[in-house]
Design a protein around this ligand. Structure first.
Ligand SMILES: Cc1cc2nc3c(=O)[nH]c(=O)nc-3n(C[C@H](O)[C@H](O)[C@H](O)COP(=O)(O)OP(=O)(O)OC[C@H]3O[C@@H](n4cnc5c(N)ncnc54)[C@H](O)[C@@H]3O)c2cc1C
Ligand SMILES: NC(=O)c1ccc[n+]([C@@H]2O[C@H](COP(=O)([O-])OP(=O)(O)OC[C@H]3O[C@@H](n4cnc5c(N)ncnc54)[C@H](O)[C@@H]3O)[C@@H](O)[C@H]2O)c1
Length: 445
């Protein structure tokens, strides 16, 4: 029989809820509730499975780049085998997560939590109360309200596809669409991306997203810009997708990648006084909701920071520190690097390129074509570019964009320099293994 009162109850066992749970369990009684897969979106149906599929794509493309420079032969992606490789990892995530929670004396309940008062929730007809609650319920994919919406699938189904469709569509052109379309095209599918305006990845500078569009087109992806899908019909052989601009496509699979909405609808928030808007739960700069005993972390909150795993984890640690009275300061986010795992990768951190270009009095922008640099030439990258942005008064690095197959690494080298306000003179005092991407660091500063 589970106890019914806890110091803290956490709703949602993704990266945000879990990071808070493990911290709090050192000193408190903690109950964590999950209504789907223990571990949440990232390891089950987000970042991790996506990047396992991407492993084959990056290896295939690296081999293609070196074709004629010592490598011969074609590599093809075997989708069922690749999916089995992914599943071998994801299948054990829920069990391993539960085992970790039990090992830390954290009580777990499977089911959907619903508030019945400010201090109580019900799950599967049982009632639990707590001094404090943390809502960490994440987000779910948006499905557009169009005729035939029931025929649309999402990233979740894509990441478990047993066989690769011959012809498929992604609706939307954000992170999910671009990354999954890139994987599907490299694996051999005919891929179409339909976007209601003419922009992809709106958070990134157009000078780079335009280059990415060209690269994705070269790898066979078809873009339909300024086009809105209005109807999906089931046919004998698949689906028919209709829309404005004379859109009429017969396809095997359509994925809705129009963004994600916060999971708040079934929590019965009105009994708690917790406010939510269309972006999620409204919190102050201590991640407290409009009820002082209820906190919210991760993707479910309404904030301007990107909705990413390390941000959710950072917030989980922040709230647990507050609840353990180890800190009372307002949350302060370090620079947050973001990466689109396409071919090539596109990463950025800090002051955006567009902001810097609007304010040339304060910022110096250095755009470098790095294609011929040793690091990139060695792996025969077709094109690469790194932009660094400096504060003119301090000469410190304040922002960066990387467009290369190793952007994920470069951005992680540059981020600490921005966060720690490291001057070039301090980097000059370091010795890095040579020749590596890190030993180029000096050239970016
Ligand atoms: C396809 C895809 C790829 C991504 N790739 C990346 C990437 O490369 N890098 C990156 O940093 N981020 C990536 N993300 C984003 C990342 O997955 C999220 O930012 C992260 O999972 C958020 O963690 P969270 O704990 O806030 O929410 P989640 O991980 O979504 O966890 C919330 C949990 O709460 C549960 N829940 C919801 N409602 C209830 C309820 N009423 N009762 C009980 N439980 C409930 C849900 O089932 C879920 O398990 C990706 C996302 C997707 C969809
Ligand atoms: N590599 C990563 O870090 C990574 C990868 C995947 C997801 N994520 C996270 O998941 C979030 C969700 O990703 P996403 O791609 O689903 O959302 P998104 O917000 O990044 O992109 C949604 C896209 O759909 C378009 N759109 C919106 N309404 C439309 C309509 N009616 N018709 C056609 N297009 C429409 C938008 O213009 C945009 O291009 C991201 O913002 C990010 O926080 C991160």
């Amino acid at each position: 029989m589970k106890q019914s009162h806890y110091d803290t109850i956490i709703i949602g066992a993704g990266p945000g809820g879990l990071s808070a749970a493990f911290d709090l369990s050192q000193q408190q009684s903690v109950l964590i509730i999950e209504n789907d897969l223990w571990g949440g979106t990232c390891p089950n149906r987000g970042c991790d499975p996506k990047k396992m599929l991407y492993s084959a794509v990056e290896t295939k493309q690296r081999q293609e780049s070196l074709s004629g420079f010592g490598l011969t032969g074609n590599t093809t992606i075997n989708w069922p085998e690749l999916m089995a490789f992914k599943s071998a990892y994801t299948d054990s995530v829920p069990t391993n997560t539960l085992a970790g929670l039990s090992g830390s004396n954290i009580t777990t309940v499977y089911g959907s939590a619903k508030f019945i008062s400010e201090t109580e929730i019900s799950i599967n007809d049982a009632v639990y109360s707590a001094d404090n609650f943390i809502i960490a319920t994440g987000q779910s994919p948006v499905i557009p309200n169009i005729t035939g919406q029931q025929f649309l699938k999402t990233s979740t189904e894509f990441l478990s596809l047993k066989s690769l469709p011959e012809k498929m569509v992604f609706i939307g052109a954000g992170y999910v669409s671009i990354e999954l379309a890139n994987i599907a095209a490299a694996a051999g599918a005919e891929v179409h991306i339909i976007q209601h305006n003419n922009q992809i990845l709106r958070e990134f500078p157009t000078v780079y997203t335009n280059r990415l569009i060209d690269n994705l087109k070269n790898s066979g992806i078809h873009f339909h810009f300024d086009t809105t899908v209005t109807e999906v019909r089931k046919t004998d052989i698949g689906y028919q997708l209709l829309g404005d601009n004379e859109l009429d496509l017969t396809i095997d699979l359509a994925i809705s990648a129009l963004g994600r909405h916060p999971n708040v609808d079934t929590l019965n928030l009105p009994v708690t006084g917790v406010e939510a808007d269309s972006h999620g739960i409204v919190v102050d700069n201590h991640l407290t909701t409009s009820n002082e005993h209820i906190y919210a972390v991760g993707d479910v909150i309404s904030r301007r920071q990107p909705k990413l795993t390390p941000v959710s984890t950072f917030e989980g640690h922040y709230v647990s520190n507050q609840l353990l009275s180890q800190s009372t300061h307002a949350i302060s986010y370090p620079p947050i690097p973001v990466t689109v795992y396409a071919s090539p990768q596109l990463s950025q951190v800090g002051i955006s390129l567009e902001q810097a270009q609007r304010d040339p009095e304060h910022y110096e922008v250095r755009i470098q074509d790095t294609t011929k640099w040793y690091t990139f030439n060695r792996i025969k990258e077709p094109e690469s570019s790194v932009t660094t942005i400096f504060d003119k008064s301090t000469h410190l690095l304040v922002g960066a964009v990387a467009y290369t197959t190793i952007a994920e690494e470069l951005i992680n080298y540059l981020t600490p320099l921005i966060a720690n306000k490291t001057p070039k003179s301090a980097v000059d005092q370091l010795i890095f293994a040579y020749p590596t991407p890190a030993s180029d660091l000096d050239y970016y500063l």
